[in-house]
Write a protein that binds this ligand. Structure first.
Ligand code: 26V
Length: 821
């Protein structure tokens, strides 16, 4: 047999007949079902297996190519990947969607029906996790040698139920029906250690460190091939699951304590059991630290293994690989790589440090102080004793450098130290990430500027060349082509399909803004998407909404800084206007909210309840006569986002200036032709530059005004006293107008608003209401509205994740594309 011929590339056919054959075989031979009585879920699994076969082939050839060409690889380390459903995305990316639809139709099965049965892969909280998923899509699409590393959580983001207006959390048992998308690799395992102590020996005049008496957990790889759109490449996302070691506590077996041995085995497997659902509050829990180290240690071992298998010297790591830290969650990687280089490879400190710094880069995703990770020194000493020693040494060397550069400035040394000495000693993970990286980036222009001026001002003084901005982006494959097929089709009939990989092409739609017939078609697409959204609203909440009304959408995690309360106050204000002047021609609105609150975030949960109480009241008030509706769509996730976003008229991006690092929902909504009402925060600023200020509604304090007001002493009660409309809205909430069965329910919340209002909701209320009036005025002129909406879609090219990833590749990773066809 000619082995080379046998191995030559002959991809599986992806026409209708070959799909039929694969689906039938999978159904009978893998799932074990007779086509005559297979369930919808059986068919979903069967078709997923048919797709998976084609995916893994692409992966195999891509891998061969990268090995042959000795490419430089980039490894993206992220605790979170918010991928959503995989089937349709894979079919579209591989270009075999139609063939598959037709193949299934011959079995009497509808693809769009069974695809709804797939669970979302919800291995993330929000923006950071979704960005990671968009980056994977883009790296594969652009043939970048990029690998994702993360954790295979047994339970992903909790499912949100709403009972009597309140959020309740259900476990997300996403693996219950099996997972056709993963390839478990029981042979790809690495030991990971915790606890124990460090023993030092003098050997040949040098001090050697041995980490002894540690507990061991095994990390096992699970691979998710990720196909590119229109490219033939498929990259790999490797997610680790925790397994007990085979010889785990053999003594217990020997002592006859079988139950204890099994219990401990189960306990060591809890490491990958559940995703922490706190977005933007550091939890400080030991299990969370163990999760972070668990996946970092396995990934770094795997990366080094691959490097060595390819025959490269360890000191050449920076030439061959880049490792990206998605926020500080994997920052312990800096100490882990140092540990391996020093203790296993026996490099001297300076060489090891040079290699480490040459490899790592770090993205910061938030300025919120409560989200910044710090770990008590005592905890790190106990869980990772050798790493704590290394962190001390890194700090020592670093502070030497600081003292040399700025002699005598002891306060600077205190501020820059990796150890926060105030109130219990803690390791500042952001400092570890900055010191260990050659590049640090923020995720929008304003955010990067604020990083340089505030959080990392001292570091910026030391190393200005390390700081770069890379504004976030979104994948047009999911967020336009897949989520909004009607708009995608309309666009493609005018400018072809290249916009999917070159989003700047959308600019060619601009002349059509003068074409009234086109605008009418554009409007009709929006109307149909609103019908689809109205069906989702009815299905999930039982509420009927009028699709002629303005769909006003705020979808994101529930957080005070994002100010869902500000939109809600406006809703109450609109309600009052209708009540007091029912005869006036009010513009009909549906205020649509969706988002999860961290289970322990009491105030965010209160806000959900208040939204639902207000909804219940207003939706049933005959005086409103359907002109105002409020809905809270439960369980916001990638799949619901894909229905909500195309149906939105107005996009609420109203965080207090200086708090939202970038936002990416703002980009998804604008791309789908929603007009933004927003503050000058995060990427809103760049969106305004791109789409033009006439095509957006900007209001509120700017960052400098926010800090000035804060410094001068902000008194929300004064604002309240001077604005009768605002006063009425808050009084109604405070006095139980919307919660008559429990009038005290929102007393604390209202009091907090009147006395603290850290996010300055009251300060921005008047300006928000004024701009909302302009929104109403514009909506009355449907043609003028849709012209501005079209300008939004046409000018969002810059916010393609492909541009983002190219900037990372050029300015940070130094990697280039390598396509096998
Ligand atoms: C933080 C933490 C803190 C420790 C406990 C667990 C946990 C989990 C997630 C996070 C993430 C907060 C950071 C985040 O998601 N930032 C968002 O990143 C988006 C992508 O860059 C950006 O668009 C959003 O503005 C930003 O809030």
């Amino acid at each position: 047999m000619d082995i080379n011929r046998e191995l030559a590339h002959r991809p599986m056919a992806s026409d209708k007949e070959s799909f039929k054959k694969s689906i039938r075989e999978a159904l009978i031979h893998i799932i074990g079902k007779d086509p005559l009585n297979a369930t919808q879920r059986d068919w979903l699994l069967a078709v997923s297996y048919a797709v998976r076969e084609r995916l893994i082939e692409r992966r195999m050839y891509t891998k061969r190519l990268f090995n042959q060409e000795h490419v430089k690889r980039v490894y993206y380390l992220s605790m979170e990947y918010l991928i959503g459903r995989i089937l349709i995305n894979s079919l579209l990316n591989m270009g075999c969607y139609e063939a598959c639809v037709e193949a299934l139709a011959d079995f009497g099965i509808q693809l769009d029906e069974i695809s709804e049965l797939e669970s979302d892969a919800a291995l993330g909280n929000g923006g950071l996790g979704r960005l990671a998923a968009c980056i994977l899509d883009s790296m594969a699409t652009q043939c970048m040698p990029g690998y994702g590393y993360g954790i295979r959580y047994e339970y992903g983001m909790f499912r949100q139920g709403i009972v009597n207006g309140e959020q309740i959390e259900h476990p997300d048992n996403w693996l219950r029906y099996g997972n056709p998308w993963e390839f478990p690799r029981p042979e790809k395992i690495f030991p990971v250690h915790f606890y124990g102590h460090v023993v030092t020996h003098r050997e040949k005049g040098q001090t050697r460190y041995y980490w002894e008496g540690a507990e061991e957990v095994i990390a096992m790889a699970n691979d998710y091939p990720t196909p590119g759109y229109s490219s033939k490449n498929a990259n790999n996302l490797r997610l680790w699951s925790a397994k007990a070691t085979r010889d785990f506590n053999l003594e217990y077996f020997n002592e006859g304590d079988y139950i204890r041995a099994v219990k401990e085995k189960a306990e060591s497997e809890t490491i990958s059991m559940v995703l922490y659902p706190n977005d933007a509050t550091a939890s400080g829990r030991e299990l969370r630290l163990k999760q972070e180290y668990f996946f970092v240690s396995a990934s770094i071992q795997d990366i080094i293994d691959r490097h060595e298998h390819l025959g490269y010297p360890i000191t050449e790591l920076p030439e061959k690989i880049a490792i990206h830290l998605n926020d500080t969650h994997p920052a312990i990687a800096v100490a882990e790589l140092m540990r391996l280089l020093l203790d296993a490879y026996r490099l001297d400190w300076d060489t090891a440090w040079k290699v480490t710094q040459g490899v790592f880069a770090y993205t910061n995703h938030t300025l919120m102080p409560e989200a910044l990770e710090t770990w008590p020194v005592s905890l790190l000493e106990r869980v990772l004793p050798r790493h704590m020693q290394i962190i001390y040494e890194i700090n020592f060397q670093f502070l030497l450098h600081v003292r040399r550069t700025f002699p005598g400035d002891n306060d600077l040394v205190r501020r820059l130290s990796l150890i926060d000495e105030d109130g219990g000693r803690r390791v500042r993970m952001a400092h570890l990430a900055v010191v260990g990286s050659h590049k640090i980036n923020g995720v929008a222009a304003l955010h990067t500027q604020l990083l340089k001026e505030t959080l990392f001002a001292d570091f910026y003084r030391l190393w200005p060349e390390r700081f770069v901005n890379i504004t976030n982006g979104i994948t047009p494959r999911l967020w336009l082509n897949q989520a909004n097929p009607k708009l995608a089709k309309l666009i493609s009939t005018h400018i072809g399909q290249d916009w999917c990989i070159d989003l700047g092409q959308l600019r060619r739609l601009e002349p059509l803004a003068q074409d009234r017939e086109f605008l009418a078609r554009f409007r009709e697409v929006k109307r149909q998407n609103k019908v689809r959204l109205a069906r989702l609203i009815h299905k999930t909440t039982g509420i009927q909404v009028d699709t002629n009304a303005l769909f006003d959408v705020q979808i994101k995690r529930m957080h005070e800084y994002k100010r869902q309360l500000l939109s809600l106050l406006h809703v109450v204000h609109l309600y009052n206007r209708i009540r007091f002047a029912p005869e006036e021609p009010h513009v009909s609105r549906v205020a649509i909210f969706a988002g999860k609150a961290a289970p322990s975030y009491v105030r965010a949960k209160q806000i959900i309840r208040l939204i639902n109480d207000v909804a219940e009241f207003i939706n049933h008030d005959p005086a409103v006569a359907g002109r105002l509706k409020v809905v809270f769509i439960p369980n916001y996730d990638v799949s619901t986002a894909s229905v909500i976003i195309p149906g939105a008229d107005l996009s609420e991006q109203i965080s207090t200036a200086g708090t939202e690092a970038s936002g990416t929902g703002n980009m998804k909504l604008a791309l789908n032709g929603a007009l933004t009402i927003g503050t000058l925060d995060g990427a809103n600023i760049e969106i305004r530059e791109a789409v033009g200020e006439d095509n957006m509604f900007i209001f509120g304090l700017r960052t400098d005004e926010v800090s000035q007001l804060r410094a001068a002493g902000y008194t929300p009660r004064e604002v309240y006293e001077h604005n009768a409309h605002l006063r009425l809205c808050i009084d109604m909430i405070r006095d139980g107008f919307f919660s008559p069965s429990e009038p005290q329910r929102y007393r604390d919340l209202s009091h907090h608003l009147l006395s603290v209002d850290h996010y300055m909701i009251l300060a921005d209320f008047a300006s928000y209401v004024a701009v909302q009036e302009q929104v109403d005025a514009l909506y009355r002129d449907q043609e003028a509205w849709s012209r501005k909406a079209l300008f939004n879609t046409a000018r969002m090219g810059y916010f393609s994740i492909d541009r983002t990833v190219r900037q990372y590749a050029e300015h940070i990773w130094d990697v280039v594309p390598e396509c096998w066809i």
